[in-house]
Design a protein around this ligand. Structure first.
Ligand code: CU
Length: 306
């Protein structure tokens, strides 16, 4: 009846009792939730701290690496293992494609975990408790928490970050007593190879160089792409690499080179110059390293004979 105007005040009708009741219920719920939200912030036991610090990818990587080097007690599957003191700052770095280090924590103790990314955005998802945080490069996110249940927790990356994304699985181990370390094969973990030197100016023995080289491998995350047991991951395996005739592509041409100190050095400092045949798809990233690191790495690679 659009031609006729509706009667004046047609819309005005007393609200029925039922309707009033529903509105009241809804309003009460809204207010309750709102109050709850505020109270939860105060009384919730493990709220995210929402504290962030500005950092840079390089700065955080250096910080995390130095922290890991100083505190590591061993290596699990190529990833350093750290057992932090309660109430101290702990640094965990996400990078393509690993979480480093693995943490061994004591139940019912508090920790201050700093997390950041060395490269792209990753997602820190702690399973099976289902805590999720985004990990941004250049942001140092502080997560203060107290594990209340012993066991093994996995850190899964829940932000697609490239070809190795699915292999990006980290670990947090929460123990109640020393014996629990056995479950994870960590019972003999104590001293870091960092303790070997480097306080004196004495020349480092070849054996120590190998250990230090292995440490560089672990700390710099080469293991995310290179295995040392012959398996091919994203990059070639290092087993029997030294002295091998390697087919590489240089300027589009395939040539054969002998793997020696110079080739390894170049592969690290300028990875895109000679690309190992069969590995053209994923470029190797440039990872800043000192000459000493490279030296030790070469000793380590040399030790990985067939
Ligand atoms: Cu990812």
């Amino acid at each position: 009846m659009s031609l006729l105007s509706p009667a004046e005040g047609w819309y005005y009708k007393k609200v029925s009792k039922d309707e009033k009741m529903w509105m009241l219920i809804a309003l009460t719920l809204c207010i309750m939730l709102f109050v709850w939200m505020v109270l939860w912030h105060v009384y919730g036991k493990q709220n995210p701290s929402s504290i962030t610090y500005k950092t840079s990818t390089v700065e955080f990587a250096q910080l995390a690496e130095a922290y890991t080097k100083q505190n590591m007690i061993g290596v699990d599957n190529g990833i350093p293992v750290v057992r932090p003191q309660p109430n101290t700052d702990v640094f965990v770095m996400a990078e393509m494609w690993r979480w480093s280090p693995i943490l061994v924590l004591q139940i019912n103790q508090s920790y201050k975990m700093h997390i950041s990314s060395k490269d792209v955005v990753h997602g820190l998802s702690i399973q099976p408790v289902n805590m999720n945080f985004q990990v941004y490069p250049t942001y140092d996110y502080l997560l203060e928490f107290k594990p209340t249940e012993a066991g093994e927790y996995r850190i899964i990356c829940n932000e697609f970050c490239g070809i190795g994304h699915h292999t990006m699985i980290g670990k947090i181990v929460v123990i109640e007593k020393e014996e629990d370390l056995k479950k994870y094969g960590y019972e003999n973990f104590k001293k870091a190879p960092a303790a070997i030197k480097t306080t004196t100016n004495q020349p480092v023995s070849e054996a120590d160089k190998i250990l230090l080289g292995e440490q560089v491998f672990t700390l710099k995350g080469c293991g995310a792409c290179h295995k040392t047991d012959g398996t091919v991951l994203i990059g070639p395996s290092w087993k029997g690499l030294y002295g091998k005739q390697e087919k590489v592509k240089e300027n589009g041409e395939t040539i054969t080179v002998k793997v020696d100190d110079d080739y390894i050095k170049e592969s690290i400092q300028n990875p895109s110059k000679k690309i190992t045949a069969g590995f053209e798809k994923t470029p190797m990233p440039v990872i800043p390293m000192t000459d000493e690191d490279i030296d030790n790495l070469i000793a380590y690679i040399k030790s990985l004979k067939n």
